[in-house]
Design a protein around this ligand. Sequence first.
Ligand SMILES: Nc1ncnc2c1ncn2[C@@H]1O[C@H](COP(=O)(O)OP(=O)(O)O)[C@@H](O)[C@H]1O
Ligand SMILES: O=c1ccn([C@@H]2O[C@H](COP(=O)(O)OP(=O)(O)O)[C@@H](O)[C@H]2O)c(=O)[nH]1
Ligand SMILES: [Mg+2]
Length: 219
Amino acid sequence: MIVALLHRLSEKLPRVVHRLSVMMKPQVVFVLGGPGAGKGTQCARIVENYSYTHLSAGDLLREERSRSGSEFGQLIDSFIKEGKIVPVEITINLLKKAMEETMKADEKKFRFLIDGFPRNQDNLQGWNTVMDGKADVKFVLLFDCGNEVCIDRCLERGKSSGRTDDNRESLEKRIQTYLQSTRPIIEQYEKQGKVRTIDASRSVDEVFADVKNILEKEG
Ligand SMILES: Nc1ncnc2c1ncn2[C@@H]1O[C@H](COP(=O)(O)OP(=O)(O)O)[C@@H](O)[C@H]1O
Ligand SMILES: O=c1ccn([C@@H]2O[C@H](COP(=O)(O)OP(=O)(O)O)[C@@H](O)[C@H]2O)c(=O)[nH]1
Ligand SMILES: [Mg+2]
């Protein structure tokens, strides 16, 4: 009886050790897609249904922009309006701090949706330099949507968002940045077989049904 119990325990040990090591390391899903593709909306739905913490790089930058005493406020403000990507040194610090604070407050919160990052090569290099070995990137959730739909959604959002970049002039630039700088990053992850693409031009519910399938398959 005792021998059988010990045998069963020893069989389970490797899995327990694996689970513990994973629990201590942040497990990350990068959420990408053009401006207005629905990244934020879908992340909110995921958080309601699964144990993920949503970190939007854009939200963290906007927060930093309005923090009194921030030395980066003006830089962030002009980069956002111009649809340009803020130097990674700023963004990665905000992301790292948010991840650390989340895990410190609750050690069970080690799964993260990192929304709107990495957007260019500089972002990716910064992530690899600062987070190498410290977090596992499980996969990239890509919300795929035509440019016109993206622009229309952002213009609609602009009626109430108060965002300085939800206007036609900034949007043209954001779309160009997405095509020129972010798509190549997605292609790099595609070569590694890490991209899960969803047709984001459909309704929120239809898109979320696909998100659920992917999350359940990935475990
Ligand atoms: N599937 C959808 N169909 C129609 N409108 C959507 C859909 N998903 C999001 N929206 C709306 O489009 C705008 C952009 O969505 P958001 O989630 O903020 O996108 P992103 O974070 O990718 O810029 C918001 O006003 C949102 O309510
Ligand atoms: O890692 C990031 C994420 C966002 N941004 C800036 O913040 C803006 C808004 O990003 P957000 O993800 O909030 O926009 P969304 O795609 O959700 O509309 C971008 O256009 C960039 O100027 C950035 O520089 N680095
Ligand atoms: Mg967003």
